[in-house]
Design a protein. Sequence first.
Length: 186
Amino acid sequence: MHQFPEPPGGLHPLLAGRFSPDRFDPAAVVDDHALGLLLEAARWAPSAGNSQPWGFLTGRPGEPEHDRLLPHLAPSSARWATDAGLLVVALTRRHVDDTSLLYSEFADYDLGQAVAHMTVQAQAMGLAVHQFRAFDLEGLTKELDPAPGWAVVSMAAVGKAAGGPPKGRHRRSLAHLRSAPWSLAE
């Protein structure tokens, strides 16, 4: 991967300044207003056929939902996610009713759009988001018991970053983005 000391000029500051913190300020609170704006941003994301196949379970420190989520975090994510002001479980609806028919081949992609919108909104509000999959998927799914057709996909920790972004951002080159799908070697 190539290292850039800073993103190129012209990139929107919300994108250029975004990073996934590995430490959160445990004293920083994500209040009801902020939570509402984050969910609104997700709600307005594009989706195939306007299906909006996403749902979220949120938990803030001191709330019963937060306590339900903590035991399912992997040790690698528990080190930093427990200090975030908000944990978000992202779910998608892949099936229609109680059938095995696919709801949308784009459901996971659409959920990613919603989480990306939430991430940019958080950045605009001075918050940081660290999306992750380091949790016990089977255990969390059993704990939350989503309705048929819904699936837990990922989680995100949201809050005030403790410290700034790491020095330099590691990203593959633009040439790699355009050639990787046709390349035999990474």
